[in-house]
Design a protein around this ligand. Sequence first.
Ligand SMILES: Cc1ncc(COP(=O)(O)O)c(C=O)c1O
Length: 386
Amino acid sequence: MLWNPRVARVAPFRVMSLLEVAQAREAAGHDVIHLEVGEPDFATPDPVVAAGQAALAAGHTRYTPAAGLPALREAIAGHYAEHFGVTVDPTRILITPGASGALLLASQLLVGAGDRVLMADPNYPCNRHFMALAGAEVDAVPVDDTSAWQLDAERVANHWADATRLAMLATPSNPTGHMLDAGQLNAVAETVAARGGHLLVDEIYQGLCYDLDPLSVASISPDAFVVNSFSKYFGMTGWRLGWLLAPEAAVEPLTRLAQNVFLAASTPAQHAALAAFTPECRDILEQRRSELGRRRDALLAGLATLQLAPSLPPQGAFYLWLDISRYSRDSEAFCRALLEEENVAITPGTDFAVTGGEHHVRIAFTTGIARLEEAVARLERFLARR
Ligand SMILES: Cc1ncc(COP(=O)(O)O)c(C=O)c1O
């Protein structure tokens, strides 16, 4: 078959086939501990569910404007003012079907055939694939402890080529959980601006941080494109709702793109999300953040007893990027064996990293502390046989 050759550059998400095996084992009666998928075990907060149900009952089931419900765009602008001290014109905010929808719009607007994009390696693979679908080449720049697992200004400067148009960051990062601080973000923004390029920052894990205060590149540069979502901090993965904050000049072409590629984001979800910014909901979300912080600490403590804790603990998101080179240089075989022998599902690093993925795995601390401790005990048993 003659498919679009760009699709050939989109690799499968290996974690999904692992999830299938894990679910089959569960159906066969095994007690599987799920640490593979990027989704905590919390339900959507009650106030959001109630607002969604009320929206459906009130008949809010028709299209909204392509850029989203004005009230929601204003609520998000209010969120930036309240938590990041930055005034953002609501017209710069486009509501999208998840961060994924925002990434689709941004990638289509910012890059095309022959352009190059800088990204940290490891990274969230779909971000890489959005760029490939737009026709661009991704230069995945290896990062490690020496730059807190992030693309820093020095690396951006060193890898910038004539055809580079865009630097893309994710903070906190998936899969490492590491963050850039305000000074580091500012340095990257200045480096990119000096080269006439664009900066795109995926802030989907914003709010889920345990050591540093959350921050946004929006309070550093009005020229940055910012991707965010109701999926992670707000606990609304299945509602499929996110947003893109764009520089003023980009709003018109982005709206045209939105009008054509998805018309509008889900209407009931947009009404539901209005309740996500209430103090009542904020309390629930902050309690969850504290719980995720305790889970991180419990997992780190457990891994330390196996001499496996990472040298730099993750500061945010709900992932830990683990070097398994003492035991394996084939992370896919390692994950498969751990699932088959001990019923613990984690993700091979090859999903995220162009280099080093074969000796790293990602563990998601998306389940309760007792289960995490049980997972560490099973991992210990598994490693003792290696
Ligand atoms: C870094 C990152 N960006 C974007 C997404 C897409 O999220 P959604 O479309 O659910 O908002 C994810 C999902 O896991 C992610 O980890």
